[in-house]
Design a protein around this ligand. Structure first.
Ligand SMILES: C[S@@+](CC[C@H](N)C(=O)[O-])C[C@H]1O[C@@H](n2cnc3c(N)ncnc32)[C@H](O)[C@@H]1O
Length: 387
């Protein structure tokens, strides 16, 4: 995998990509400013240091909103809207006196125009986050669940656009993951591949497309597209039928990585490559899931995950304006040694999970490889564990 050359990563994570990415941060900050104003958080925090629990009680938010509220406040701290103070037992927030907050309202539309001028495929991000931000008050007050906000009937199509290679902000992950699998296949004879948490099939589509382009498609002996959701299996079937033809055997399977795969009709030591893009971080118990995967890999086989990563634990990522509302994203087992936060992990957390699950040969690459004088926070990583 280390043979993926810097130029490939540079191609995926180009300077334009990063410019748009950074604008996405600014845009999210505008939305967060609007949310904290509309929900009276700004009013409460002006001149006062307030804890999250106090805020929940004073503003009649529901206890279940704690994690999302914590993300919101920490992101506002990162963006300079709020300040945070810790004592031994608690964390308090207040409005930052040094921030010229009037600029955010003016800038939202301008930033939106700049984003779309640089890369029109970001329309899905802009529109989806605006809709979701508009519902934040309802979520904090417990009047709507995250699931209902994100997957409301009129928003379903956005998800297909978000994950399915029509949004360059996400396609980068599918490309990086696909290049990694290809570099492994280069050194192998025929391989059986199992894709986990395959969702709407964006990663599958990119991988098969690139395999055809580099004439490696014949090295696939079998491909299994799996997900916990039967709806996504229909997407998978549609994609695989349309792009693969009869070049190799493929199948779609309902698989839940929260449970042993060997109890779901997957034989021990039966796959050469198990692959997932931004899927495994939602496991209820990540270490167990990676152990279940280890069991069904052939000796010498590889687990390849491509994931969005945090630079350090607790760092609020701006894409979490969307995902922190989901119970399935936040409600996972955490513990200090392997996984100290919900959602996306750090690279060192991933390393420890792989290592503890039994992989003693582990390789990883991340987007810093392609960028001169890399200063930004890492965001995309591929980790490969070899059994
Ligand atoms: C963020 S999506 C990523 C989908 C796809 N890999 C992509 O990159 O477009 C996470 C996927 O994991 C699936 N998932 C969630 N929990 C799962 C579980 N316990 N077992 C298998 N898949 C699961 C979801 O249904 C969803 O399709």
């Amino acid at each position: 995998m280390n043979t993926i050359c810097n130029s490939k990563i540079r191609e995926i994570f180009s300077p334009v990509y990063y410019r748009v990415w950074d604008k996405g941060y600014e845009f999210t900050l505008c939305l967060v400013k609007k949310i904290i104003d509309r929900t009276s958080i700004t009013e409460r925090l002006t001149g006062n240091l307030v804890s999250i629990r106090e805020l929940i009680s004073k503003l009649n938010f529901v206890d279940e909103s704690f994690v999302t509220l914590e993300w919101l406040l920490n992101f506002a701290v990162d963006g300079g809207l709020l300040v945070r103070e810790n004592n031994d037992t608690n964390t308090y927030y207040s409005i930052s006196e040094h921030c010229d907050t009037s600029k955010f309202y003016k800038n939202e539309e301008l930033i939106e125009r700049e984003i779309l001028a640089m890369d029109p495929t970001w329309k899905v991000f802009v529109e989806l986050t605006k809709l979701i931000a508009g519902d934040y008050a309802l979520f904090l007050r417990g009047e709507k669940r995250g699931l209902d906000i994100l997957f409301a009937r009129d928003r379903i199509n956005y998800w297909n656009d978000y994950f399915c290679n029509k949004f360059n902000g996400y396609t980068a992950f599918n490309l990086l993951g696909a290049q990694s699998v290809i570099s492994i296949l280069n050194d192998h004879t025929n391989s059986k591949i199992l894709e986990i948490g395959a969702g709407t099939g964006g990663a599958t589509e990119k991988l098969v497309f690139l395999l055809k382009a580099v004439s490696l498609i014949k090295k696939i002996e079998a491909y299994v597209f799996s997900d916990i959701s039967p709806i996504f299996l229909r997407y998978g079937n549609r994609i695989l039928t349309s792009i693969i033809g009869d070049e190799f055997f493929y199948d779609t399977r309902k698989l839940d990585f929260n449970f042993p795969l060997t109890e779901q009709n997957i034989d021990k030591e039966s796959y050469d490559i198990i692959y997932g893009v931004n899927a495994l971080h939602v496991s209820k118990n990540l270490l167990n899931s990676v152990k279940y995967i280890y069991e069904v890999l052939k000796p010498g086989g590889s687990l390849v995950v491509c994931e969005y990563v945090r630079p350090v634990n607790g760092f609020p990522l701006y894409m979490e304006i969307i995902f922190s509302m989901l119970d399935s994203y936040t409600n996972v087992a955490t513990e200090e040694a392997c996984r100290s936060t919900y959602g996306f992990l750090t690279i060192s957390n991933w390393y420890r999970v792989f290592n503890t699950a039994g992989f003693n040969k582990i390789e990883s690459i991340d987007d810093s490889l392609g960028v001169d004088n890399f200063k930004r926070d890492k965001m995309a990583m591929v980790m490969r564990g070899i059994k």
